[in-house]
Design a protein around this ligand. Structure first.
Ligand SMILES: Cc1ncc(COP(=O)(O)O)c(C=O)c1O
Length: 480
């Protein structure tokens, strides 16, 4: 045996202590030093969600007739969501495990709706900034993507979308907001197109679904983006993001059952019994639904409105302070709590700034096309804004004094990966590195190290390295 499983089981307490020790190098989300991935309020609230989750820890939503409790919890979460999105209870939907599942389900639904109308080569039109879950869905379900460009406001160009609609279009997409820059697409205009051309319109509000309605209630100006817009046929929204539920909880809602039916899978001939399933998962985690329900009950409308208000105050402050440094600009004009900022000064390499910030303990995502850093703001970030800006100022100074930082570490890798025109080669290389990191004897992904590409997968290590070298050489030659 290569694993370190003991012959005899160990005491619970000792195991739990060891689990704690594994997380010592993880992003410091409890100190609000993480600008993505985690939606964390405080320990008391987290313990409460834990308790709610545990009550239905073993319950399974696979068979909705068995655990009636789970069906009820799911329905109540969806009814609350339907109220928020201004659709009546004619609407139809399910809870899923994550935003990606919700988005991919919509791709499957509209592909099958298209098939039912005789469309054999389905296409979907998505904005350039659509979440990558849509690309994943298209790849999994064999739907061709037509990627619509953005206009000068970083919103999808509606005229371009209209030009792309053809007899094979099974759906169009708008985001509210998109993840990279926090920009809301012009949903009302897309709605008009959807109605005129009789094509379904999905709104991806995975990140915005549980903050936009509360911003509106708080009196903040928010464009109409939900089922109030004619033509919107479905919306995805993740309660495990700004709904502050436990991870593993998203929703997808359709305006009516005629769309939803195409999402449902059934097999009447399985020896295990007649089987039907509304989403991807077989076993469905009861705990996640219980925690989502509990989060709604604990925050209430007022709690969510207060959180939304605070979150927007904090992100506005962050945007202001970033701009005051004089070498950055915010991309577009995001009104929600996600933002991207890029360098306006050729001596301040944004990825090098990211590296220095990471050394200072901040977990911050890098964007490409254009190169930028990303922040997904939550209310608890209020307490760290000052420290973040001080570190950012310091990081700018360090990068100015050490231009070589742009050619080292992750800055070099991200810079190279985002600018190489041979995108197919980059994709191949990324798949290699990523797949190898899942080998059971691999340690971790190190993007800064091209030799992280371990042998295996068809090519020798030498060949793989030369692939990377080829990419770099080709690019350097082209540039010079
Ligand atoms: C707009 C949008 N769609 C989909 C997703 C995917 O959600 P998840 O990471 O829960 O799968 C995200 C994640 O941030 C998102 O922002």
């Amino acid at each position: 045996m290569n694993s370190n499983v003991p012959q005899k089981g160990r005491p619970f307490e000792e195991i739990l202590k060891e689990l704690d020790s594994f997380g010592k190098d993880d992003p410091k989300y409890k100190e609000a030093k993480t600008w993505s991935l985690v939606y964390y309020l405080n320990e008391e609230y987290t313990q409460f969600l834990n308790d709610a989750y545990s009550k239905y820890f073993s319950a399974n939503g696979l068979n909705p007739t068995a655990f009636k409790s789970l069906k009820r919890l799911e329905k109540e979460v969806l009814r609350f969501t339907a109220d928020l999105f201004h659709v009546d209870y004619e609407a139809c939907g399910v809870m899923t495990s994550c935003g990606t599942e919700s988005c991919m389900l919509a791709v499957k639904t509209y592909r099958d709706l298209g098939r039912s109308k005789g469309i054999k080569k389905p296409e979907m039109i998505i904005p350039e900034t659509a979440h990558v879950a849509w690309d994943k869905g298209a790849e999994y379900f064999g739907v061709k993507i037509r990627r619509a460009p953005l206009d000068e406001n970083w919103q999808v160009d509606v005229k371009a979308v209209e030009k792309m609609i053809n007899k094979n279009t099974v759906m169009i997409l708008g985001s509210a907001p998109e993840y990279p820059h926090g920009i809301i697409d012009p949903i009302e205009k897309l709605g008009k197109l959807a109605v005129a051309h009789k094509v379904p319109l999905h709104v991806d509000s995975c990140v915005g679904g549980y903050i936009l309605p509360f911003m509106e209630m708080a009196g903040i100006d928010v464009p109409v983006w939900d089922f109030r817009v004619d033509g919107v046929t479905s919306i995805s929204a993740d309660i495990h993001k700004y709904g502050f539920a436990a991870k593993g909880a998203s929703c997808i809602l359709y305006r009516n059952i005629d769309y939803f039916k195409h999402q449902v899978f059934a097999n009447q001939d399985w020896p295990g019994g007649v089987f039907a399933s509304p989403a991807f998962l077989g076993t469905r985690p009861g705990g996640a639904y219980a925690a989502a329900w509990a989060a709604i009950q604990a925050n209430g409308i007022e709690g969510y409105v207060a959180l939304a208000k605070k979150t927007i105050e904090v992100s506005n402050l962050l945007k202001e302070e970033i701009c005051k440094l004089g070498c950055f600009e915010i991309i577009g004009k995001p009104i929600v709590s996600l933002l991207a900022f890029r360098s306006t000064d050729k001596d301040v390499n944004i990825f090098a700034v990211g590296d220095v910030m990471e050394e200072k303990g901040w977990h911050i995502d890098r964007l490409q096309m254009p190169d930028a850093l990303h922040a997904m703001v939550t209310a608890p970030h209020e307490k760290v804004i000052e420290a973040f800006i001080a570190d950012l100022k310091d990081a700018v100074q360090t990068v100015r004094e050490h231009p070589e930082l742009a050619e080292e570490g992750q800055a070099a890798t991200y810079g190279m990966i985002s600018h190489i025109p041979l995108r197919g080669m980059v994709r191949k290389q990324v798949i290699d590195i990523f797949a190898n990191s899942y080998k059971l004897n691999a340690t971790e992904i190190d993007l800064s190290d091209s030799s992280a590409v371990a042998p295996g997968g068809g090519e020798s290590e030498g060949e793989k390295k030369s692939l990377m070298d080829k990419i770099i050489n080709w690019y350097v030659k082209k540039k010079s």
